[in-house]
Ligand binder design. Structure first.
Ligand SMILES: [Zn+2]
Length: 407
C-alpha cells in the first residue's frame, strides 16, 4: 500500500489479514483454547487436502504461541487464545520475520555442492529466497514443477535451530510443510534419529507443527510421534464468500470457481487468478482427455494421450490436470450412485462416458490411482510414465478388472 493511502476497514488488505486462515473457526477455537490453557501438544500434524489452508493455519498457531498478549498472561482476546494481531511479536510474525518462527518446506536439491556444510548453507539460502516470495504472497505454491524433498541437510538445519534457545521469545515454533516429503534417510540415520527424537521429546521451548496433504505417505515413525489435527475442506458457500470478500470476485464467478475447488479455499484462490488465463482451460481440457482415454479402453488411446506428456523434466500442467481429473471422478462417483445433483458438473462427465454406466467401485479404484499419480508428480517419476501407468490402471478399473500393479 502506498504511504498515505486510506485503509478501507470493510476490505481487509494487509498481509496480516490475508494471512488469517479462512473457514477454520472450529479448529481455531479448539487450538486457541488449548494454547490459552497451556495444553497444546508440542508435536502436531495438520493434515488435509492441498490448498485447504494448512500453511495459514500453521502460521496462525505459531503466532498464537508467540503472541505477547498470551505470554504476558493477559486474558486472551475473546477468550479464544488466538494471536492478538497487534503486539510486536504478531506484527513480526505476520511479515514472516519473527526470529523464533522457523518455516521449512520441501525444495529442490541444490546442485554442484558436495560437502555437508555447503549443502546446509545452500539449502538455507534457498529457504530464504522462498521466504521472500511468501512475504509477497503467502499462498504461493513453491516449486510446483520441480522435484523437491526435505533432504538430510534441511533436517540437519531444523535440528540445529532447535538445539539453540529462542533468540527473542520464550518459545520457538518450527513449521515443517509437506512432512511426507521427508526423504528416508538411510544415508544419514543419525539425522533421521535426531529429528525423531526432536518430535518425540521437543525441548521445553519448542513446538513443531508438521503439515501434510498425504498423511498416508508419512514415514510411520513420524506419524506415530505427532498429534494429528484434521484441516477439513471448507463449505462451498464459504469458499465463494472468500473469493467475493477477499478477492472482489463477482458472485457468479466466485460460485463457479468455488465448486471446482472442492472445499480447498486457497486452491480456489489460485484458480480464480488463472481462470481467465490459458492455464486453467488447459488443465480442465487435459483432465477431460485423460478421463476420455481411460474410458475409451483401447491401448492406442492411452498411448496417444500419454505421449502428449514429456518423458523427462518439465511437469508443466500435470499437477493441476490431475487435480481437475479428481474433480471429474468425484462427479462420476456422484452420477454412479444416483446423486447427480451433488456433482459440480454432471453433464460434463455424462458426455464423457457417453451415458454408459460406470460403477462406483471402478471410480473409487480410479481415484486411488489419481492419488498415487499426484504423489508421483513431485517425486522422480517422469510425467509420461506417470500418465501411462495412471491410464492403464484407470482403464483396467473401468473395464471391470482389478488394477494389478498396486496393492
Ligand atoms: Zn500478539
Amino acid at each position: 500500500m502506498a504511504a498515505g493511502e486510506a485503509v478501507n476497514p470493510g476490505r481487509p488488505e494487509t498481509a496480516a489479514d490475508v494471512a488469517e486462515p479462512w473457514g477454520q473457526d472450529d479448529l481455531r477455537r479448539r487450538v486457541g483454547a488449548a494454547i490459552a490453557a497451556g495444553r497444546l501438544p508440542q508435536s502436531l500434524l495438520l493434515h488435509g487436502p492441498e490448498g485447504v489452508g494448512k500453511r495459514p493455519l500453521a502460521l496462525w498457531i505459531a503466532r498464537a504461541l508467540q503472541c505477547g498478549a498470551q505470554q504476558s498472561g493477559e486474558p486472551p482476546r475473546n477468550g479464544e487464545g488466538g494471536p492478538c494481531g497487534t503486539c510486536r511479536s504478531c506484527r513480526m510474525a505476520a511479515r514472516l520475520e519473527h526470529p523464533d518462527i522457523h518455516l521449512h518446506f520441501p525444495m529442490p536439491r541444490p546442485k554442484g555442492t558436495t560437502s555437508r556444510a555447503k549443502l546446509r548453507e545452500a539449502i538455507e539460502a534457498q529457504r530464504h529466497e522462498r521466504l521472500a516470495l511468501l512475504r509477497d504472497d503467502l499462498h504461493a505454491r513453491l516449486d510446483p514443477d520441480a522435484v523437491t524433498g526435505l533432504y538430510v541437510a534441511a533436517v540437519e538445519n531444523i535440528r540445529g535451530q532447535a538445539s539453540r534457545r529462542p533468540s527473542m521469545a520464550r518459545k520457538a515454533v518450527f513449521v515443517v510443510e509437506d512432512a511426507d516429503r521427508m526423504v528416508p534417510q538411510s544415508a544419514s540415520p543419525e539425522a533421521a534419529n535426531a529429528f525423531l527424537k526432536l518430535l518425540e521429546e521437543p525441548p521445553d521451548f519448542a513446538w513443531i507443527v508438521l503439515t501434510s496433504s498425504r498423511p498416508e505417505a508419512l514415514l510411520p515413525t513420524i506419524r506415530s510421534r505427532s498429534v494429528p489435527l484434521r484441516v477439513a475442506p471448507v463449505a462451498t458457500d464459504s469458499v465463494a464468500a472468500y473469493l467475493t470478500d477477499q478477492l472482489g470476485a463477482p458472485p457468479d464467478r466466485a460460485l463457479a470457481v468455488a465448486r471446482r475447488a472442492d472445499g480447498a479455499v486457497y486452491r480456489a484462490r489460485r484458480l480464480m487468478r488463472t481462470t481467465e488465463s490459458e492455464d486453467s482451460d488447459t488443465s480442465e481440457t487435459a483432465a477431460d482427455q485423460l478421463l476420455a482415454a481411460a474410458l475409451d479402453g483401447s491401448p492406442a488411446a492411452r498411448y496417444r494421450t500419454a505421449s502428449r506428456y514429456s518423458a523427462r523434466g518439465a511437469r508443466g500442467n500435470l499437477g493441476p490436470a490431475l487435480e481437475d481429473l479428481r474433480v471429474r471422478l468425484r462427479d462420476l462417483l456422484c452420477v454412479a450412485v444416483d446423486a447427480a445433483s451433488q456433482a459440480h458438473d454432471a453433464d460434463r462427465v455424462q458426455r464423457l462416458t457417453r451415458g454408459g454406466a460406470v460403477t462406483d467401485r471402478a471410480v473409487l479404484h480410479a481415484l486411488g490411482s489419481v492419488e498415487r499419480a499426484l504423489e508421483g508428480v513431485g517425486r522422480n517419476m517422469n510425467p509420461q510414465a506417470t500418465i501411462a501407468l495412471l491410464l492403464q490402471e484407470m482403464g483396467a478399473a473401468f473395464a471391470g478388472r482389478r488394477p494389478g500393479t498396486h496393492h
